[in-house]
Design a protein around this ligand. Sequence first.
Ligand code: ZN
Length: 345
Amino acid sequence: MMNLPLFPTTLAGSLPKPSWLAEPLKLWAPWKLEGAALAEGKRDAVRLVLKMQEDAGMDVVSDGEQTRRHFVNGYMEHLDGIDFTNLKTVRIRNRYDANVPRVVGPVSRKRPVHSEDVKFLRASTRKAIKFTLPGPMTMVDTLFDEHYGSREKLAMAFAAILNQEARELCALGVDVVQFDEPAFNVYFDEVRDWGVAALEVARAGVTSKVAVHICYGYGIEANNKWKQTLGAEWRQYENTFPLLAKSSLDQVSLECANSHVPIDLIAMLQGKDVLVGCIDVASDRIETPEDVAKVIRAAMKHVPKERIYACTNCGMVPLARDVAAGKLAALAAGADLVRKELSRS
Ligand code: ZN
């Protein structure tokens, strides 16, 4: 990866889409364009979010998931073996009902899904780039399986597909491949039994940095209600961090700002880059640089400063664009504040 400053700034993944591309403030919003106009619109939207990130002063940028309607389905809809026409209502993440596609046969990938997106992204910015993919467990947990009869077997089939994809993206110049695994905060036995192993399959041979993002979800109502049941201290990461510390993964992206996650849990991620969530995505309030700096200073007590990235808690697709832009600018300004403090001392 190109040279990065201390506390490189980056984002968990998604950013709001322009209102001419998809309905704003909404998850999985339908596209407003079709055919060639849609393809052109997606690229224009990528240009806009790159400009937003570069203006804010971000160090590792992404396409803001402008080419996908949803961080899981946006990948799965390119695979064979999955029926998106007759959806089934199931409980996902053990907390809310969603209409999900059905696995009706062996899953396979007809062709590379994101190669063209990454070529365009790489050609459109000089910054280091991150590309996000759904993690195998989260894919399994966003489906109704009528074929495999085993979450582990299905996860391993997805992991093999993701591995092909990740290797291709790496060869095209991606600096960080990130697997999004919010399901890791819910199914701890599965994380231990096969979840981390599936990520190892997905990352094998990928020579760029490989990150995993584990969060408490977008700022949607079902998640906010769930968070109210988690008590005063959210210790879910305690189950997964020791396993991730032993894994070959390079980076862990986690939720921190305005959450009840005890910050000292990050000490368990010894040897990993820690992408500390300094931006609350469940609130429209724009953080001050000092809010961000506080989180970074707290993280420095538990992780060597060279390992700390300043990041968002989660994706920002359901937020207003000006709010997201303000939050990114605050993130960069906050990281800069702490850098300056350290250079003075
Ligand atoms: Zn997230």
